[in-house]
Write a protein that binds this ligand. Structure first.
Ligand code: FES
Length: 575
């Protein structure tokens, strides 16, 4: 219909047609008053929206989408918003993670099957970010991320409350008789008092930071509060920018290089980010075709310091982080370790975007030379209890427990753990190692955030606040403790974790990266002969497909047949 360049756009395979099909492709879109000139070959921008009232963290996304649209129009593009499956962390059972890969398929097919030249991803609550990045990566069109932004800091009885983190603390206080039920109720509306996602450095804030560190968003995407007018500005600027990205054919694979992932891993250490980022980054890398392994996380970041004094590792919240300078100020501090040439969506490098960033509060964002915690990152453990690896976040652990040998107290599944944990007859003391099985990808199913299991009441009463805990589960990014996670292979897949029994001795030595079950090979072989594999939790539907195809945590827990990408070739006509 227009210039040669425009005629090559994939959207013109729908809207640029002069035949019967072209009529059909345009006419129905015109039913809300779209003028004919919107189909003239200008970039068509899909706005992939995870708005849902069942995802409270994303409940402001209608407004955010409108800002993106304004930006797209201002830059001469044509925006078309579409919904995808939205995964709300707090409401969705058995765990939102069970559906991350399903949502990613929705995103991938919605993009590929529609007249879209470039994509804006609106993401916020934990799993909405990786699911959208994974699905979009499998199409590999020009794509920009816009996160919803964190909530304002919680305020309760004159003090700050952090999402999640303070829930774990207060629930332990109620269990220990130090907080009344009425105060607990009151705190609910004090903790979450504005739009946005969790405002601790939990998984949502971590993944919003990863989006920025990967170069997939404009600067400051990580920390601008959801209700700050500058979040709207960012959305509008992103709408403008995606149009230029389409003109320049700046596809995702030009940004999501190995250097980008290396930078994200380093930034995750510097911000004290969630262990969930390990699984999500591995899965995103698998889609775009970057060779990333669990070992890279340790090798790249184990000696890096944590610069950010944010809950759950520290004291402040995301609002404080933004006012202190946001993620560009962190990246500025990482000058000596960052890959300065990694490209970002605005066409500049990550370093170009950060090199002039100011740090306005050294209590919140510490200097690289005087860090908040000397060693951060994710430690990757190996040993006969986790042949394919396990992870621990040392910055959220009790230093004295990072080298510990204790007697195993075993729970076969989360139901058993909940039933027995407060039983006064449970044979447990503070030196024991709590072991939880069957909470991994297949076992739960969906790899629940059950790894930070509560401490037994009788141990709590003695004033103990942490114990070594080991499982094949994940842990909420807002949680803390000496918690070994993501044990692979998981118990339900026949990993050695399935063979642990009460009374076994377990050695944890984080410095040596060792997790050892002190049981002879002969005894383990005897136990293995008695072990039987579990049946699928459901015989049909998504859960069955997931159970049959999900990979282990050390591979990102993607489905085996979803790894890689299929591109965005235009499918054949629908008539
Ligand atoms: Fe949505 Fe925490 S519950 S980000």
């Amino acid at each position: 219909m227009t210039s040669k360049k425009r005629a090559t756009r994939r959207s013109q395979e729908w809207f640029g047609r002069l035949d019967r099909d072209g009529f059909i492709y345009r006419s129905w879109v015109k039913n809300r008053g779209i003028p004919h000139d919107q189909f003239d070959g200008r970039p068509v921008i899909g706005i992939c929206n995870t708005y849902s009232e069942l995802t409270p963290c994303n409940s402001h996304f209608r407004g955010l989408a409108e800002q993106v649209k304004i930006g797209v129009w201002e830059a001469g593009g044509f925006p078309l918003e579409f919904p995808v499956m939205s995964l709300g962390e707090t409401l969705l059972r058995p765990t939102a993670m069970l559906f991350r890969n399903l949502a990613s398929m929705d995103v991938e097919e919605s993009i590929r099957g529609n007249p879209i030249d470039g994509v804006v991803l609106l993401m916020g609550c934990d799993k909405t970010t990786p699911s959208l990045l994974m699905g979009a990566a499998s199409c590999d069109l020009p794509t920009i991320g816009v996160s919803g932004g964190p909530m304002l800091s919680g305020k309760f009885h004159g003090r700050d409350l952090g999402s999640g983190t303070d829930v774990w603390k207060m629930s332990e206080e109620v269990r220990a008789g130090q907080m009344s039920q009425a105060q607990f109720f009151e705190a609910e509306s004090c903790m979450h008092r504005s739009h946005g996602h969790c405002m601790t450095m939990g998984t949502a804030s971590t993944m919003a930071s990863m989006v920025e560190a990967l170069g997939m968003s404009l600067p400051h995407n990580a920390a601008i509060p959801a209700v700050d007018a500058r979040r709207n500005l960012l959305a509008r600027a992103s709408g403008r920018r995606i149009v230029a990205m389409v003109e320049d054919d700046l596809v995702m694979s030009k940004i999501l290089t190995r250097a980008a992932f290396d930078n994200a891993i380093r930034v995750n250490a510097a911000i004290g980010g969630s262990t969930n980022a390990v699984i999500h980054l591995l899965a995103i890398a698998g889609r775009i075709g970057v060779d990333l392994t669990l070992e890279h996380f340790d090798a790249l970041a184990h000696e890096l310091p944590c610069l950010l004094n944010l809950q759950p590792s520290g004291r402040f919240l995301m609002e404080d982080f933004y006012y202190a300078g946001g993620l560009p100020a962190v990246i500025r501090e990482l000058e000596s370790v960052i890959d300065k040439d990694a490209l970002t969506v605005n066409g500049a490098t990550l370093w170009d975007n950060a090199k002039d960033a100011a740090n306005y509060n050294l209590d919140v964002i510490h200097a690289f030379a005087a860090p908040f915690k000397a060693q951060a990152g994710i430690a990757v453990l190996k040993g006969n209890l986790c042949p394919d690896g396990a992870v621990i976040k040392p910055s959220a652990a009790t230093p004295a427990l990072l080298k510990h040998t204790g007697r195993a107290v075993v729970f076969e599944n989360s139901d058993e753990m909940h039933r027995l944990i407060d039983d006064e007859s449970l044979d447990v003391d503070a030196s024991c190692v709590l072991v939880l099985k069957n909470c991994g990808p297949k076992g739960y199913p969906g790899m629940a955030e059950a790894g930070n299991m509560p401490l037994p009441r009788k141990v709590l009463r003695a004033g103990v606040t942490d114990m070594v805990r080991i499982s094949d589960a994940r842990m909420s990014g807002t949680a803390y403790g000496t918690v070994v996670l993501h044990v692979a292979p998981e118990a339900a897949a026949g990993g050695p974790l399935a063979l642990v029994e009460n009374g076994d001795m377990i050695e944890l030595d984080v410095k040596a990266r060792r997790l050892h079950l002190d049981v002879s090979d002969a005894e383990l072989a005897r136990r293995r002969a008695l072990w039987t594999a579990p049946r699928p939790p459901m015989e049909r539907g998504w859960t069955r497909l997931y159970f049959d195809h999900v990979q282990q945590a050390n591979l990102g827990a993607d489905l085996d047949f979803l790894v890689g990408k299929s591109g965005a070739a235009v499918p054949k006509d629908n008539h």
